[in-house]
Design a protein around this ligand. Structure first.
Ligand code: C5J
Length: 228
């Protein structure tokens, strides 16, 4: 394959070398994507997030074929909730709070069934899984050190939700010098309007936080570069 690969993206082409790029799959957990979890306790229609799964399965398969670094994240807390600030624990008016027992185990608690990643996107052997207590992937985790150890310079960012954990991670990454491509159909929100605007915000002002493209643009670029 010819490198760098150039993806038709907004606001400008995104160029990357698969060897120094990680595919980041953010929080594709049952707690967000399936009934009975954290997302639903907050009153959301979790079926809206499931449209992300089929295109993300394809991107994941491609990244694995290319031998790219793949990193999954999971939002959640240790069982005694000592890493969950009261501001997060007590906020809002959910039907069940973080740590309460729910149909898929304790809400957003590490080790519980609901906290784990949906079967369709289960991490493969050797892929990193970063457990994070917050919205961003860098805060309170080894994510940054893992990227540095692998000489990663660019991130292809996917997962949920676009305006919360995806956005926070992209902002954190951008400030640390990583170039981020957000895949529009592989990210999702309970609020379609937030999804649309969050993507616009990433690419606005000449790419203030990064680049945005659909996964088809990534596939087109990879096919073109493999044929070259
Ligand atoms: C939220 C997330 N929305 N993964 N978490 O609370 O975006």
């Amino acid at each position: 394959m010819r490198v760098p690969v150039q993806v038709d993206a907004s606001p400008a082409p995104f160029t990357f070398d698969p060897a120094t790029t990680a595919l980041v799959v953010i929080d594709m957990q049952r707690d967000f994507c399936e009934p009975g979890g954290f997302g639903e306790t907050l009153g959301n229609d979790v079926s809206l997030l499931r449209s992300v799964i089929p295109p993300l399965q394809q991107v994941l398969a491609t990244a694995r074929e290319l031998g790219m670094t793949v990193i999954h994240t999971r939002e959640g807390h240790v069982p005694d909730l000592s890493d969950c600030p009261p501001a997060k624990l007590n906020r809002g008016n959910p039907s069940l709070r973080i740590g309460d027992p729910g149909p898929k185990g304790r809400i957003l608690v590490r080790g519980e069934y609901g906290h784990d990643i949906v079967d369709e996107l289960a991490p493969a052997r050797g892929e990193l899984v970063i457990d994070k207590p917050g919205k961003g992937s860098f805060h309170g985790t080894t994510f940054g050190a893992e990227l540095e150890a692998r000489n990663i310079r660019s991130l292809v960012v996917t997962g949920v939700t676009t305006e919360v954990c995806v956005h926070t991670t992209v902002r954190e990454a951008n400030d640390r010098g990583y170039e981020c491509l957000v895949l529009s159909d592989c990210t999702g929100s309970y609020f379609p309007e937030f999804h649309r605007v969050a993507l616009e915000m990433v690419a606005a002002q000449g790419g203030i936080f990064g680049w945005v493209a659909p996964s088809t643009a990534l596939f087109d670029a990879l096919v073109k570069e493999s044929a070259a």
